[in-house]
Design a protein around this ligand. Structure first.
Ligand code: ATP
Length: 208
């Protein structure tokens, strides 16, 4: 029987590894999700705190015709440009971090046993800053991630490879893992793997 202690688990994985799929499966079991990507989108909507500084730094070329930030255009602009990427991160990361911490704080003590915090580029400092009890890494061979991005997302193969290569390596990610979810097979196997992750996470709740 789980207690009502809120345990926050960090969930990460490379692009195309399957972390959104795992997060959705965990949500079906009762986890509450806090998604860094979703919050990253929220902080740049018109009127949100990162919007004006971002337009000032990158120019109106990053805006769609309706005045919203065109995230694909922005991503293309900073990809391969270390200075632009550092500027974007400096503008947005503190705001994203603060919003995530706020959301987590609001959930603690509400009876939600498990909060899953999805952070694509999770770094060790996030563990402390967000009070994560543990980190789960969704892992698959890079070739498989590329194949999924190409066949299921319609991404150009060269683009998919470049994005995978620009991320931390598989070994670097696995070094952060308290728990590894193997996603090198099909969706049925992933559901089974996620069930095992859920059982493990619930055991952390029971441990208090
Ligand atoms: P991103 O970082 O780009 O958001 P992600 O790690 O969240 O990617 P998903 O969106 O969960 O990855 O998965 C990428 C694609 O691969 C999706 O279309 C998903 O349905 C599919 N997929 C994930 N795992 C499997 C699997 N084991 N078998 C078949 N398809 C899968």
């Amino acid at each position: 029987m789980a207690s009502d202690v809120t345990v926050a688990i960090g969930l990460t994985g490379g692009i195309g590894s399957g972390k959104s799929t795992v997060a959705d499966l965990l949500a079906e079991r009762g986890a509450h999700l806090v998604d860094a990507d979703e919050i990253a989108r929220e902080v740049v909507v018109p009127g949100a705190p990162a919007y004006a500084p971002l337009v000032e730094r990158f120019g109106p070329g990053v805006l769609a015709s309706d005045g919203t930030v065109d995230r694909q255009r922005l991503a293309a602009l900073v990809f391969g440009d270390a200075t632009a990427l550092a500027d974007l991160n400096a503008l947005t990361h503190p705001l994203i971090g603060a919003a995530m911490a706020q959301r987590l704080a609001a959930l603690r003590g509400t009876g939600t046993p498990i909060v899953v915090v999805v952070i694509p580029l999770l770094r060790p400092e996030h563990v402390h800053a967000l009070g994560l009890r543990a980190v789960a890494v969704v892992d698959c061979p890079e070739e498989l991630a590329v194949a999924r991005l190409v066949t299921l997302r319609g991404m150009d193969e060269g683009d998919a490879r470049a994005r995978v290569a620009a991320q931390p390596t598989r070994a670097e990610r696995l070094a952060l893992a308290d728990y590894v979810v193997d996603n090198s097979s099909g969706l049925d196997e992933l559901a089974t793997e996620t069930g095992a992750l859920w059982t493990w996470a619930m055991s952390l709740c029971d441990a208090g």
